[in-house]
Design a binder for this molecule. Structure first.
Ligand code: DP6
Length: 341
């Protein structure tokens, strides 16, 4: 008889080569592969308890009952798992994140990675890493990359069976730091899921997708060779391509705010002065400024000095999703968030 309860922790990740657009929206099969780095010290801790008398799944986020769409998304996700585990039990899900949600630091990635591990364990399923990553993908595409640790590649695959993420280098392979310039903490208007559905309305998406294998190769090689200049070249190109697709989709999506552009310009200027820095931006206005660990302090100080930058959060490469004891699940848990690295 399984315990019916488990608690897991997972980090968010920053995409170096972006996932934007699905071949199959329901299964979240992406049009192109993607590469990311887990973010150590940022995390979501999720406790799942299946209860015999619960009529529906219940979700609380940071101690507050979640909105109906968020609860429904978790219920739809848990329906996949119920099918796998052949149970009809519903669950109480309590999830806490220690970073601003909805503004370009993918909270759905850490949330669904932690939920996949906690819920599958609670039901007594001991899933291999690939199957756990496939399961997390059903909740949120980028969540499949928060299941393995370190530098991660999501192979687009041909179908549900082979579309999952694997580690390409462990957290201690390369001391990169993501200095996240938070320019807005407010929730974005258009969700990533809606954005994926409109990606093909842009005439630029076909070109972005056709060139993706080349960018994936260059990015993978730059990581394996610890070649910072090549990494920066390719992640900036990839980010710019995705935001060009977004801006030319119907409806047109522009996530940048004035401070987003101010940070981009500053990063280019600093690089010209010899500082090892590059930028990448997910589906929000915040700028992820990638640098080497020894430069993280000065880079964070400089970012803090830019008008419109509210906060700078620095994170090195993080470990995989992992189980923690139920007692380790406080509301705001920087210690519990250390997943490795
Ligand atoms: C811009 O994984 O958040 O961050 O599958 O609908 O949950 P859903 O989308 P999501 O999309 C992430 C988009 C991105 C790029 C990336 O992380 O690769």
């Amino acid at each position: 008889m399984p315990d019916l309860t488990a608690t897991a922790v997972a980090c968010p990740n920053i995409a170096f080569i972006k996932y934007w657009g699905n071949r199959d929206d329901a299964l979240r099969l992406p049009t192109n592969g993607s590469i990311s780095m887990n973010l150590d010290g940022l995390c979501t801790i999720t406790r799942v308890t299946f209860e015999p008398d619960l009529p529906a799944d219940a979700l609380s986020l940071n101690g507050i009952p979640a909105s109906e769409p968020a609860r429904q998304r978790v219920q739809d996700f848990l329906a996949c798992l119920r099918q796998m585990a052949r149970t009809e039990l519903h669950a109480r899900v309590d999830s806490h994140s220690n970073f601003p949600t909805g503004a370009g630091i993918a909270s759905s990635a850490s949330a669904f990675a932690a939920l996949s591990l906690a819920a599958s364990t609670a039901l007594g399923l001991d899933l291999p890493l690939a199957d756990l990553s496939r399961l997390a993908r059903r909740g949120s595409g980028s969540a499949c990359r928060s299941v393995p640790g370190g530098f991660v590649e999501w192979q687009a695959g041909h179908g549900d069976e082979d579309s999952y993420a694997v580690t390409i280098a462990p957290p201690d392979h390369w001391a990169l730091v993501d200095c996240i310039a938070v320019v807005s903490r407010s929730h974005k208007g258009i969700t990533s899921s809606e954005g994926h559905r409109s990606a093909w309305t842009s005439p630029l998406q076909a070109a972005r997708v056709a060139d993706a294998p080349r960018r994936l190769d260059l990015c993978r090689r730059a990581i394996l060779d610890r070649d910072f200049a090549s990494l920066v070249d390719i992640i900036e190109l990839d980010s710019n391509l995705m935001h060009a697709v977004m801006a030319t989709s119907t409806p047109s999506l522009i996530y940048y705010q004035p401070a987003t552009l101010a940070v981009i310009q500053a990063v280019r200027r600093w690089r010209g002065e010899g500082l090892p820095v590059g930028y990448t931006i997910d589906a929000g206005p915040n700028v992820h400024v990638i640098t080497l660990a020894e430069y993280a302090g000065p880079v964070a100080d400089r970012l803090q000095g830019i008008e419109g930058v509210e906060q700078v959060i620095c994170a090195g490469p993080g470990g995989p999703a992992r189980l923690v004891s139920g007692d380790d699940a406080p509301s705001d848990a920087p210690e519990g968030c250390r997943t490795g690295g």
